[in-house]
Structure formats: C-alpha cells, structure tokens
Design a protein around this ligand. Sequence first.
Ligand code: FMN
Length: 208
Amino acid sequence: MSKEKVTVLGLSCSPRKGGNTELLLDGALQGASEAGATVEKVVVSELDINPCHACEACFDTGVCIQPDDMQVLYPKLLNREAIIIAAPIFFMNLAAQAKALIDRLQCLWAKKFILKEHAVEESVREYRRGLWLSAAGSDKPEVFDYALPTVRAFFDLLEIKDWRCLTYRDIDEKGKVLNVPGGLESAVEMGTWLAHGERSGTHERDDF
Ligand SMILES: Cc1cc2nc3c(=O)[nH]c(=O)nc-3n(C[C@H](O)[C@H](O)[C@H](O)COP(=O)(O)O)c2cc1C
C-alpha cells in the first residue's frame, strides 16, 4: 500500500447507546486499530442531521446548503478510506438516523449524475472499502433484504465498490449480540480486513 495507515470512519446510527450495532462497530474499530489503521467513531444519533429538503440547490453545485452537522460529516465521508455504517433494522429498513444521513448524499448523487464529476479524490478512491453492520429482532432470513438496496446506494455514492456486510438476526435485547458465538470476533476480523486489504487498483468507474 502506498500509505502507511488506512483511515477508518465508523458511523454509529442506532439511538440505543451501547446497543448491538454499536458493540459490533466498537469491535470492528478495535480490529482496524489493532491492524494499524487510524480510526474515528462518530455517534450519528447524537448529531443534528435534517432530512433532505429536496431544494435542488445541489443540482448546480454538488454541495448541500443545509447548515447542520452533515457539513462536518461530508469531508469525513469523502476523505476517509474505509467507512463503516452501523445501523439496525427499524420497520424493515435502516433506522431513520442512518436513512437521513444517506438521503443527504443527494448532493453526491447530483455530482455524479448531473455534474458528471467524482466526489472522491483519486488518491482516496485507490483504496476504498466499506462495511455495513446490522442487527434485527426478527429471525426471518430475509429481514435485511429490504435495507440492502439502500446500503448499496450509500456505498455507490461514496465510490466504494469493495464492501461487506455483517448482519445478525434474532437479536433484539440490548447487548444480545455478545451472546452470539463468534459474533464480536467476526466484527473484529472485518475491521482487520478494512485496514489490511490489498489495493486492487481497479476502481475505475464505468458509469460516467
Ligand atoms: C422503532 C424500532 C423498529 C424496529 N423494527 C424492526 C423490524 O422491522 N424488524 C426487526 O427484525 N427488528 C426491528 N426492531 C428491532 C431492532 O432491529 C433490534 O432491537 C436491534 O437489535 C437494535 O439494534 P441496536 O441495539 O443497535 O439499536 C425495531 C426496533 C425499534 C426500536
């Protein structure tokens, strides 16, 4: 790798402090840190993030004009090499805290599809990895399927092609994920993967 340290941003989106997805996130960040990455955790649920107002101001500039905490998050989302989104399933999709953040990537959508520009610098694009961590109370195997296209859109707009999911179903009570054999260890391993991946050098886009 051309850089010594990979930078990892972890987004904790659940409103339940110390809940299942935050525990998984802490494990993944621990794994990444132990593997030599520089890690940062942001508790999204404590931020002031409005929904997208569909004002279309970003259609001309690729920049969102809402003056809230997303303005602090945008550069982190674009400059950190690896992004972890830890977000539980609420009513069959991502919790609203995560969905509001994703909706606010409308400016990146405008940048890509209207302005035909990259949002992410080439040097960062060279090594871009993602991870979705989730938990759901239901034991139905398809419980994560409805959120998956949203997660795919999230990573696509962030120009992350190399991403993985670690999801646990039948996990409702706070902290129950700790009882899943190997559950936390898998999160730590995912963090190691984020920090230690090979640069593929094949992240050229074919949709411009
Ligand atoms: C408002 C709300 C809606 C939920 N909706 C679903 C759901 O549709 N399907 C499901 O399997 N679990 C649902 N759950 C359960 C959570 O996904 C589950 O408790 C999960 O472990 C929460 O993760 P956390 O501890 O990181 O917040 C819901 C929980 C809440 C609070």
